[in-house]
Write a protein that binds this ligand. Structure first.
Ligand SMILES: [Zn+2]
Length: 384
């Protein structure tokens, strides 16, 4: 009977009935689908992130019965940054770990680095937990044989800022550095990285098990791992992927501010009109042709402007560089070449990254029906 009970209890504890007792950790493999991340030759960041993320998940699932691993993606699929945050927020995850690969114009830049954000008010006490994990990751990378640690940095990264739990973004190496690249693209290197990450996670779990962050440990780790232990010979600062992400976050902030400003303006205008009893003057239509199937419905959508030309270009024109379904809409004497459309600003923003590889000057435009409006206005009118 004892034996039977033991088996029963064991069975219960691995089944879904006990799921409520498990904490959820979200492991996010960066990029995916058409967003390959950084690349070098045949090496794509998205594949490296996924391989390491899955191995980390496997180690956690195997060794920590009280943790349920949830992946943002388990295959080569595209997800927006917000979708990744949503996975963690909706699940009430206790941890969000995003795995990435670095790149830099400087081919000597190498090593690992980990990022966390603290300037999110809702994070409060959670902030120390993010920093602690970032520090433990850097500690374990070194312990597991990585030679260069670029340390722990505080940075405004989308996934760290928009998740409600301790969250860290870790860069496991540079795809642009030959040594790093060989390591992070090899099965042995990926397994070793996953092992280091797993060990950092175990330590973090142990240290925070009472819900608090041991301050002395945090201080000691800061002392060793906060400032990069620079073994890279070139001292100049490289522009890394994280910098690009930080820039993106800053841009999003500008958009949000523009949105707020636009809203306030519109409210003031409406108030003024209400007082004067006047009706709004219709805005001058910029676009005179229906631009998309949604045009007639007066919906707000975003698109990408590729070019401004004197004439409409025929499909297949070499200047379209292989892009299909580019619509040319009149703008004064000239034409705007408009590509793609989506009601999701984030989707278009992500697509723009891809488009800019071919058309570096491309930018986002917004429409209400067949009328072009400012992006800020479009955002202000969207129910986000
Ligand atoms: Zn990345």
């Amino acid at each position: 009977m004892k034996r039977f009970l033991f088996i029963l209890v064991s069975l219960l504890c691995t089944c879904d009935l006990c799921a409520a007792k498990k904490v959820v950790w979200v492991i996010d493999a960066g990029h995916g689908g058409y967003d390959v991340g950084c690349e070098f030759g045949y090496a794509y960041e998205k594949h490296i992130c996924l391989a390491v993320a899955k191995e980390v998940g496997r180690l956690v699932s195997k060794n920590m019965s009280d943790v349920r691993v949830v992946y943002t993606r388990e295959k080569d699929a595209f997800l927006t940054l917000q979708q990744r945050c949503n996975v963690a927020n909706a699940r009430g995850a206790a941890l969000f770990l995003s795995i990435h690969v670095n790149s830099a114009p400087n081919p000597f830049a190498r090593g690992t680095e980990s990022f966390f954000a603290t300037n999110v008010p809702m994070k409060g006490t959670q902030a120390g937990k993010s920093e602690l994990l970032a520090l433990l990751l850097q500690k374990q990378y070194l312990k597991n044989g990585r030679e260069v640690s670029r340390g722990v940095k505080q940075r405004e990264l989308y996934v760290c800022e928009n998740t409600n739990m301790p969250s860290v973004l870790t860069e496991v190496g540079f795809i642009t550095h030959s040594g790093d690249r060989n390591y992070i693209t090899s099965k042995a290197g990926q397994n070793e990285l996953a092992q280091a990450i797993y060990e950092a996670l175990s330590e973090w779990k142990q240290l925070t098990k009472d819900g608090k962050v041991p301050q002395r440990t945090l201080r000691n780790l800061r002392y060793t791992h906060h400032d990069p232990i620079t073994m890279v010979t070139t001292p100049q600062r490289e522009t890394t992927e994280a910098d690009a992400r930080a820039k993106e976050a800053a841009e999003a902030k500008v958009v949000a501010e523009a949105q707020a400003e636009e809203k306030a303006k519109a409210q003031a205008q409406a108030q003024k009109q209400a007082q004067q009893g006047a009706t709004a003057e219709p805005a001058t239509p910029v676009v005179t042709e229906p631009a998309t199937p949604t045009a007639a419905e007066g919906k707000i959508y975003f698109a990408i402007q590729l070019m401004n030309t004197a004439k409409k270009l025929e499909a297949g024109d070499y200047r379209l560089k292989g892009f299909k379904d580019v619509r040319f809409i009149p703008a004064g004497e000239r034409f705007k070449g408009i590509y793609s459309y989506s009601e999701s600003y984030l989707d278009i923003k992500n697509e723009l990254v891809q488009v800019r590889e071919t058309f570096p000057e491309a930018f986002i435009v917004a429409f209400r029906g067949d009328q072009q409006i400012t992006t800020a206005e479009a955002l202000a009118n969207l129910k986000l």
